[in-house]
Write a protein that binds this ligand. Structure first.
Ligand SMILES: Cc1ncc(COP(=O)(O)O)c(C=O)c1O
Length: 348
């Protein structure tokens, strides 16, 4: 079943992070207080009422996860239970119905199986990106929650999020715009957070950076996160730190990396406020992490009208991030043992 002949004729190793229409997606509707069974559908279009609250008031949330092919042809998801948990936290925060975990994982598995031909082969550096989403549909002009919802899961083969393969070096520019307020929706994966970030990303890119870096909205002092990834920093004292903030997305990748650093690299780890200006000189290595970004070195950061360089003298990697990258991706593609039970094989 794993022969390349069963696969689409894509140039897998050249893929960027772009949408490719695959054959099937899953769709289920919630109405009158209950979820329908849902089914695989082939159309990539959703027909919603023009008064749908997802369109006007951003009553929606989504997830991002990946399926990867192992050397022996198995297909692995990475910690899908945490994607389900996080989607349900967002659902509760935005007054939408939770999607039962069994239904969520079954839908993801159905989509992966039905699009088997689109799952990039082992060693290509590409993966099948899976996008579960929950949206308020149906007419609702007033500012009220929807009465009807759609849970949809689609997938697309993707390459690296940031250009360059494997562990790429990126730069970040501190944004003058805020992403999320301290008690707002920053810790939930809701579209509203991202609409506000589009301009921040554009401005960062105009400075030559890959992505915006947000500081805390109250003092503009402590690191929050990047536009599409959390931040981890290897300090000169040998510890690995990551920001503590209730305005950032609780990244599944970051949670996994912190465990790997502590258990496998025996590093002291801490989730704590990180004062960018006061602590920058103590940064040894920094990286942005996420499902899409995987682990991308942060080579320099723009703040206070200047570039501040972390990786000097043409260095393109640091030993801590390189080891973390190898450990994480090794587990994700089944190259290394998975003592934590993080991977979830999809029956093909
Ligand atoms: C704003 C933001 N932060 C962090 C992450 C990383 O989260 P995860 O590791 O769960 O993909 C993402 C998504 O990839 C994101 O959109």
């Amino acid at each position: 079943m794993d022969a390349l002949a069963d696969k689409k004729a894509l140039n897998w190793s050249e893929l960027g992070f772009q949408y490719h229409k695959t054959d099937y997606r899953f769709s289920a509707v919630y109405e009158n207080g209950a979820w329908g069974a849902g089914e695989l559908v082939s159309s990539d279009l959703i027909s919603v009422h023009e008064g749908a609250p997802s369109l006007h008031y951003a009553q929606q949330c989504f997830e991002g996860m990946k399926a990867q092919t192992t050397a022996d042809g198995r297909v692995l998801l990475f910690r899908p239970d945490l994607n389900s948990e996080r989607m349900n936290l967002a659902a509760v925060r935005t007054l939408m119905p939770e999607v039962p975990q069994a239904m969520f994982i079954d839908a993801v598995e159905q989509v992966v199986r039905a699009n088997y031909a689109w799952i990039p082969p082992y060693g290509s550096g590409a993966s099948l990106y899976i996008r579960p989403m929950l949206i308020g549909v149906g007419e609702n002009l007033g500012l009220r929650p929807a009465k009807k919802f759609e849970f949809r899961v689609f997938a697309s083969p993707v390459g690296p999020y940031f250009k360059g393969s494997g562990l790429s070096v990126i730069s970040l520019a501190v944004s003058a715009l805020d992403r999320a307020a301290p008690s707002g929706t920053g810790s939930f994966k809701v579209g509203a957070n991202y609409a506000g970030g589009l301009l921040a990303t554009r401005l960062a890119q105009q400075l030559g950076a890959n992505e915006a870096l947000y500081l805390d909205a109250r003092e503009h002092r402590y690191i929050d996160e990047a536009g599409s990834a959390n931040i981890i920093i290897a300090m000169k004292d040998g510890s690995l730190v990551t920001p503590r903030s209730n305005a950032i997305l609780p990244s599944i990748t970051r949670r996994s990396l912190m465990v790997l650093a502590k258990d496998q690299l025996k590093m002291p780890t801490a989730e704590r406020p990180i004062d960018l200006r006061a602590e920058f000189d103590q940064f040894d290595e920094a990286a942005a992490c996420g499902t899409a970004a995987v682990l991308s070195f942060v080579g320099k950061i723009w703040f206070d009208d200047a570039w501040h360089v972390i990786y000097k003298d043409g260095q393109s990697s640091g030993p801590v991030m390189q080891q973390l990258y190898d450990l994480l991706t090794g587990i994700q593609v089944g190259r290394l043992p998975d003592p934590y039970g993080w991977t979830h094989a999809v029956k093909i």
